[in-house]
Design a protein around this ligand. Structure first.
Ligand SMILES: Cc1ncc(COP(=O)(O)O)c(C=O)c1O
Length: 495
């Protein structure tokens, strides 16, 4: 039915603005079908998506020739696309769907909350679900955390942590303390503040100048340590000492915070030895630098403890969390803080002039509470702790492939680094990485039944972070898929 005629016969169609004559055919076809209550499917989605949408962190030119992958459904640890392909979700969406997809408990919690209180901001007013969730979150938290500042995601958590750090020092007699330090290749988000903390030059260049006063120190990439160390602990001390050096270079009176992930994602799952976090804690205490654990990915069980900060005894002063707090079913973030940051705000007119309309959304909080019920009931974190060594062992079988240089990570969070030469650790050139990762691996892995990430923000890696509900059977399936595709990748690299 033409839109003009539909507008006459369908009362709802009155609400639809008439299309301008120059609207594209793709738009009209999908739009018309939807209004007529007809089924829309892959072909219409492809056309309209390519014509009118813009994906995040995505090169669009390939879609001039090939179809997009449109994920239509999630079921447990599977994703099903608009062409009917069913693949293992080896990345939990984007490190989010830790309890698996389409959990009825989460849907029910959302519906119940929407009918009770659909929305209320945390601006001067409060609502029960945020209060209950804060209490619940703190019951799992590392020692000393007493306050929760809600956001809608990781970037906002990082941004909030920096702003709170600045204001805290202004209000406690150290107004010069405003600079931040983070680690090379670390990803901490995309807003101007969070992007300044991010350590990936390629993501920043187009947006310079960013917020001044953000500096980088080496990460804990032991596989590519700059020189020989007796052992990983010695390397850990070396890496931590670079933080002290940077604080001294900048002047301790000017440095407010150090941001660190318990396991660094970008670059490929850089874990750190015990010595590292112990020394980092000492340094931060010595120079009164706030230690911020960015647990956007590692929070909520990924490492085999509720938080990486607990697993690695990081003892942070603030902790950024997001993503899996709702297992991805709602956007939500929670910044955990020690009481000292709140002290200056307890009396008088002091206010934190910062917030987000949807931070601590009641529906998201209700879903987070239901998600934590699932965690407790199904002992999700125990499952990771028990099975992580099996996952590691299964992935380490891939060492017999010439292209696999390093398998690293912890919990349900592993990276497989790809090399040209195992002995020399020679990495792929930019052109080879481009050809292999973008031109082959991501698509080939998906076609073979595995959604995961082939990434070259550092050296080329394949990253795995499946839902925390899976076990040895799925590890074997993942290994078999990787084996087949990486064998082919090696042939292509050498052809
Ligand atoms: C460590 C870390 N910090 C911050 C972010 C940004 O989170 P968001 O995309 O929810 O803003 C991410 C995203 O993956 C992350 O991994």
């Amino acid at each position: 039915m033409a839109i003009s005629q539909e507008r006459k016969t369908n009362p709802l169609a009155r609400l639809i603005k008439p299309r301008k004559a120059k609207a594209s055919s793709a738009e009209l076809k999908l739009f018309e079908a939807m209004q007529a209550g007809k089924a829309v499917g892959d072909k219409m989605w492809q056309e309209a998506a390519k014509t009118h949408t813009w994906l995040h962190f995505t090169r669009h030119s390939p879609y001039n020739k090939i179809d997009m992958t449109i994920i239509e459904r999630g079921e447990g640890h599977y994703l099903i696309d608009s062409k009917g392909r069913k693949v293992i979700d080896g990345l939990s969406g984007l490190f989010t769907c830790n309890a698996g997809h389409a959990r009825p408990e989460l849907a029910e919690a959302a519906q119940k909350q929407m009918m009770e209180l659909d929305f209320m901001p945390l601006w001067s007013y409060h609502h029960p679900r945020a209060i209950e969730l804060a209490e619940r979150l703190l019951s799992y938290a590392p020692e000393g955390m007493t306050r929760i500042f809600f956001t809608t995601g990781g970037t906002e958590g990082v941004e909030s942590a920096w702003k709170i750090a600045k204001q805290y020092f202004r209000m406690t007699g150290k107004p010069q303390k405003h600079k931040v330090i983070s680690r090379m290749t670390a990803y901490h988000g995309t807003s101007h503040g969070a992007l300044s903390i991010t350590g990936i030059p390629a993501f920043k260049q187009m947006f310079e100048p960013l917020v001044p006063s953000a500096f980088r120190v080496p990460n804990t990439n032991y596989y590519r340590a700059p020189h020989e160390f007796k052992n990983e602990d010695e390397f850990g001390i070396w890496a931590a000492n670079r933080l002290e050096e940077a604080i001294l270079f900048e002047g301790p009176d000017t440095v407010a915070a150090f941001f660190v992930e318990p396991i660094q994602n970008a670059g490929g799952c850089f874990t750190a030895p015990k010595s590292y976090f112990k020394r980092v804690r000492e340094i931060c205490t010595k120079y009164d630098v706030i230690l911020v654990a960015d647990e956007t990915i590692t929070g909520y069980g990924r490492t085999g403890e509720m938080f990486g900060s607990i697993r690695y005894d990081i003892q942070p002063d603030m902790m950024v969390t997001a993503k899996a707090i709702t297992s991805g079913a709602q956007p939500l973030g929670a910044l955990f803080l020690k009481e000292k940051f709140f002290e200056p705000f307890k009396e008088g007119t002091a206010t934190l002039a910062h917030g987000y309309t949807f931070g601590g959304h009641p529906v998201a909080c209700a879903v987070a509470l239901a998600n934590l019920d699932i965690y407790d009931r199904e002992k999700i974190v125990d499952n990771v702790r028990t099975n992580s060594p099996v996952f590691r062992k299964t992935l380490e079988k891939l060492y017999d492939l010439p292209i696999v240089g390093n398998v690293r990570g912890d919990g349900y969070f592993f990276a497989v680094e790809l090399v040209k030469d195992k002995k020399t650790k020679e990495t792929l050139t930019g052109v080879e990485a481009e050809k292999l990762l973008r031109g082959f691996l991501n698509t080939a892995l998906f076609d073979a039944g595995l959604y995961c990430r082939a990434d070259d923000r550092g050296d080329p890696v394949i990253q795995l972070a499946p839902p925390l509900t899976i076990g040895p059977k799925e590890f074997d399936e993942i290994e078999q898929i990787l084996r087949g595709v990486l064998t082919e990748a090696w042939k292509r690299l050498n052809s």
